[in-house]
Design a protein around this ligand. Structure first.
Ligand code: IMP
Length: 181
């Protein structure tokens, strides 16, 4: 059973804590984007849970599209190179775009995405991330909406993975690699 997996460490954010914060951000976006129909761009795959819950907390006619990038390969360390794996289907010209991220760590992924999306002529582009490392330069990266700030340890759950596992946990936990795993 997944719940008995020893790699799942301490619960850092419970289901309830996450849902309460996601609702708050949804209410804030509902106010700040009133009268508009923002396009939520979900960065696959890690942000899918956040996108799902957040979009349902926004009382506006939002649209949704997906983009996929890869920078981690199959390890818990960044490769330092960002690669576009799946591009958007929707034209961004004149749109109010909200980029939905799972976690801003070094900011490499975000810098790449921002450059790519800004070049497509949106009316506005804001970044909304569930998590940000304490070390991340959020101001420099132009991140407006942040769910939680966390320390440097690798985390899993609520969309975040190690080798594609643990995304389906409802909570966020620390990752405890086992020597014999
Ligand atoms: P950055 O480019 O270094 O900011 O890394 C951003 C991406 O790395 C995120 O979108 C995640 O996919 C991945 N990532 C960074 N830290 C973690 C973590 O603790 N758990 C799972 N994925 C992570």
């Amino acid at each position: 059973m997944l719940s008995a997996d020893p790699c799942i460490g301490e619960v850092l954010l419970s289901d309830e804590q996450i849902q309460a914060r996601v609702r708050e951000i949804g209410e804030q976006l509902t106010i700040e984007y009133a009268g508009r129909a923002p396009l939520m761009v979900c960065v696959l795959r890690g942000a899918y849970s956040f996108l799902t819950d957040l979009s349902r907390s926004i009382d506006l006619p939002v649209e949704i599209d997906f983009i996929a990038v890869s920078s981690y390969g199959s390890s818990t360390r960044t490769s330092g190179v960002v690669r576009l794996v799946k591009d958007l289907d929707v034209d961004l010209t004149g749109r109010d775009v909200i980029l939905i991220e799972d976690i801003v760590d070094t900011g490499l992924t975000l810098r790449y995405l921002r450059r790519s999306l800004e070049a497509r002529g949106p009316n506005s582009l804001e970044v909304c991330t569930l998590l940000a490392r304490e070390s991340a330069d959020l101001e420099g990266l132009g991140v407006k909406y942040v769910g939680f700030t966390i320390p440097g340890d690798f985390v899993i759950g609520y969309g975040l993975d190690v080798d594609e596992r643990y995304r389906n946990l409802r909570y966020l936990a620390s990752y405890e690699p086992q020597d014999d795993a």
